[in-house]
Write a protein that binds this ligand. Structure first.
Ligand SMILES: [Zn+2]
Length: 259
């Protein structure tokens, strides 16, 4: 009797592993539903890149728990685009639950002493490679004297996997978008655009949309947030160009299979 029970439990576990490995054979891009903020996860087999941790509300942990198998407690790359609470508030929780191999940020982060690691800065043209995924930094520029605030200096980049391009703009304002366009840093077709600053009217310029011609736009935003994000004029601009727009406040978590 006991032997049969053990056998049944083992078979169930094997079945679970098998189902999980089928689900996980795909490369997935997940815009986690973190409320008002950003939390973006890219999973390629057992490798992960996490970009921002959302606010201090534990929602990023729900997202990680759902998409990583219970035995994988290591995140290969974590990028904190800037220190505003809606992007870095969940960092302490992430550090308590996961081992981070490499962490990048716009400035030195205090929460890191929990793991005794140091964050490295990223600048335009830097490349981060994880498995088959490339992340090319497009902002900030190395010469940061002219940077006016956290949003302007926030880390933005293009994720490339096979022929798919994903542009993640953190909270950069329109002036930074335009500067990147003038410098020809964005002159390529983008499949998925994470619009800057939760759909604020301070970003998503015509120059940006003209240059990158995105197929899909993602707005990472909290329901009934006090900032009035996303702005009507931004949504209309996207709509007028025929860009399909998905919002985390309406759809919850948004998942793309990139294979
Ligand atoms: Zn933000």
């Amino acid at each position: 009797m006991r032997f049969k029970l053990i056998l049944a439990v083992s078979l169930m576990m094997l079945l679970g592993l098998w189902v999980w490995s089928i689900n996980n054979s795909q490369t997935k891009l997940i815009f986690c539903d973190v409320g008002q903020g950003d939390g973006i996860l890219l999973v390629q087999k057992n490798l992960e890149i996490l970009i921002d941790t959302g606010p201090d509300n534990k929602k990023i942990l729900n997202c990680l728990d759902r998409h990583l198998p219970f035995w994988d407690k290591t995140i290969e790359v974590l990028i904190v685009t800037h220190s505003d609470g809606d992007h870095s508030g969940g960092l302490k929780d992430v550090l308590r639950s996961y081992k981070i191999v490499n962490i990048f940020s716009d400035e030195q982060l205090e929460a890191l002493n929990e793991q005794n690691i140091y964050s490295k800065k990223l600048y335009a043209t830097d490349m981060v490679n994880v498995g088959l995924i490339n992340y090319e930094v497009v902002n900030p520029e190395k010469n940061k004297e002219n940077v006016q605030g956290a949003n302007e200096g926030s880390i933005a980049g293009i994720l490339t996997y096979k022929d798919k391009k994903i542009l993640l703009l953190a909270d950069v304002p329109a002036e930074v978008e335009q500067k990147m366009v003038w410098r020809k840093m964005l002159n390529q077709k983008i499949n998925v655009l994470k619009v800057s600053h939760h759909g604020s009217e301070t970003a998503t310029s015509d120059e940006l949309l003209e240059e990158t011609n995105p197929s899909v736009a993602i707005v990472s935003v909290g329901k009934n947030n006090r900032f009035g994000h996303p702005r009507k004029e931004v949504l209309e601009k996207l709509n007028k160009r025929g860009i399909k727009t998905l919002r985390t406040d309406e759809s919850g978590e948004i998942v793309f299979n990139l294979d």
